[in-house]
Design a protein around this ligand. Sequence first.
Ligand code: RNT
Ligand code: ZN
Length: 412
Amino acid sequence: MSYESAKARFADWGVDTDGAIGRLADIPISMHCWQGDDVVGFEQSTGTSGGGIQATGNHPGRARSPEELRADLEFAYAMIPGKHRLNLHAMYLDTDETPDRDEIEFRHFTPWVEWASEQGIKLDFNPTFFAHAKADDNLTLSHPDKGIRDFWIEHGKRTREIAARMGQELGSPCINNIWVPDGYKDIPIDRMAARRRLEASLDDMLAPSQDRAHMRDAVESKLFGIGVEACTVGSHEFYMGYAIRKETILCLDMGHFHPTENIADKVSSVALSVDELLLHVSRPMRWDSDHVILLNDDILQMAQELVASDILDRTHIGLDFFDATISRTAAWVIGTRNMQKALLRALLLPLERLRGLEDSLDFTSRLTHTEELKDLPYGAVWDEFCSRNDCPSGMTLIGNLDAYQASVSGRG
Ligand code: RNT
Ligand code: ZN
């Protein structure tokens, strides 16, 4: 179907497709660097990621250096319509030096900032509280040993300084997201003590004030992880309260709740209590498995909630998945485009009309509407969005992804 006929079909429902395309072009997605190399990073002496984070698979083509990762990212961004962000983790430093986590400085990341500036990409950042000997017990900021807590507090402070410099250099606030793996494999005696220690450490870390035009702090909760089945210190309730009291951004990772919970339902509730949200859009399968996101009901509902609740301008959309059984570049491209496709569908809803039906308790017509709307030609509008942004779709996209994967599959 041509775009013109699709536009007319949507116009029958009172929906302006050009308006939706225009709005979608202004929504940046923060693409996570760690899909490109299976969460390994570029420190000289890393082991496995630990902390219950697990990339499984050994498909050829994993990026082994910052240069390879940047080349892969450039290709991926070229296959994704619009301008997006890159979400870097502290363990992706690019330097010949070997600073420990409590020694990192902005200069260890300057190649990333120079590259981002050339590419017109803004950066987000994360302290890395895993894949380190001092995190082997799955306790970092809540560790009973003050020396270990202090080590991680210093790491966190440094990432906040680095994030602020990144944001300043690139002219866009860098979201620095704190996730710690802290928890207990078996039933702890004193959860309160662990939570008090985590809170005190976070307070210390966040004490130095930073300009919110340059960086903003976010905190990410989790239900459980492999190895910390009995208790996660930084639970949802912990961070929800913390974010409200300390006025940080709250990060909701879609894999960090019980599998039957609907994460889309949460955003309007938490948005009443915190100014800004960060999402880690992910696809848990039975557990926090971080599968590549599909254009499925979970993602469609999430996008719909952001649009219908009118919180797009205070929600930072980040992605968090990593599949090592498929092409890493294809994973980025598929997942990021799916997030955009979901947002496009939400932007193409006749929301006023649907709200009217709901408010007049006409649930029959609400259901008829939402089901009939599923037959509208979303694909034609998406194709138009891609072509206006010089991006391929369909068979051309598949050909490009295959060719790029073939070009990197010889990496050892
Ligand atoms: C882990 C969290 C966290 C990480 C990244 C690498 O369960 O989801 O966001 O995936 O920081
Ligand atoms: Zn996450």
